[in-house]
Design a protein around this ligand. Sequence first.
Ligand SMILES: [Fe+2]
Length: 476
Amino acid sequence: MFFVCIPFDAACQSASHILPHVTSWLAPVPASLRLLFFPVVALAGVILVRVSAPPPDELDLGRVFFWIVVTLVAAALPVRLPGGVHATITTAPVLAALFDPGLPNPFGVCWVALIGTFEPRDLRGDPKWYGTLFNRADWVLSAFAGWAVLAMTQSAVKHGDPLGVLAQIVAAGGAFAVVNNGLSILANSLNTGTPLSRVWALSVSNIAIGLVSQVPLGWLMSEVADKVGQWAAVLFMVPLLLARYSFSRYTETRDLFYGTVQALSQAIDAKDGFTRGHADRVSRIAGAIARELGIAEREIEQIELAGLLHDIGKIGIEDRILMKPARLDPDEQELMRRHPIYGASILEPSAALRPLVPIVLAHHENFDGSGYPQGLKGEDIPIGSRILIVADTYEAMTSDRIYRKAPGHDRAMEQLNRYKGTQFDPVCVRALQTCIQRRGPDSFEANDLPPINYETLAELRRRLAREPLVRDAHAS
Ligand SMILES: [Fe+2]
């Protein structure tokens, strides 16, 4: 190691010249991300300089280049997961570079991690330059963490001891994966203001097995490259592409599922005579209350889904009752009160929607036991249902209907507070209140879906009769 001595005054002078440029260059980095961004990028920069100066004595640049190319090919196929995190199959080739005994590490693996993980979207400016820089730093730090664990455990593992080698692979791969995914999830959470647990639940948790399986695959690639030849390691692209396929299938299936649930929920809104987006808002309010209560992200997802589909049972209620402009008579009320049971029986046959059944079935149960259909009381009512009834009431009172203006936030909170302990769970009402105090009453405003045109059938017939073009089109 050598040091270059610069006079202190000169160093201060250059720093004062460079600092304003650096500050303006770094200004676009979101404030929420800065506390993480700067240390991560600076640390990765220091590590890169430290491992590269001076370069290793026996440097096989061809080998470094080989792993960079294999990693670049793997990086060309990222999959965007629902939580905003991108899953790639680059972990395996980077780990292969880490385990490769023919590569001078940590120099080799750090440069493979830096250059090889560039994705085509980086060239398109997605993410922005600071995102690209952060991701590169993340990969360098992960590679270095993996190497550090490998180096530290080296002396403890006897040559040819399979259990020792296995433990070393698990430890090095684990360190790599924890730093890599941890920083990525943390950055995403800070950047989007989404709770860490939610980013984890939406993205990595569902494909964790696919990601973990890349660790032994990376070791196998390095062994094959070392003992058989580099060309043979390329064959491992096949299982990697299969892993990538499973990531994309997961994303597609999830999108399809949520798209279908959204369409269904809008159909229910339309039939019910609510403005478009009623169920969507109920779902978002319920999710916010659940999060305020510290409920696990998996359960919150179910509560949000139940929010979208809570009134699905109204499909089974006749229009003359559902759309009756006057007060329902006792018989009609009795029929109307069956909609939670209908809803539960509609959802029951679907394996994906079955967990919502208890929440939907009990979404009209009152806290004091005076609700329906079962007259459940207090904590016997599922927490999701206790949250939904609060969210549903708040939404109904804060959004306009075709026949009336919204009573508004103050009236809604007054009503919720008046009936807490009887109709509503006081804990859920308090959670909503806290949440709104922090986020403001506009935080659940309707989304940008276009409004539904609520023509009654009679009006539609009259309009068709008046407009020959439309009438002819229907006649043909
Ligand atoms: Fe309902």
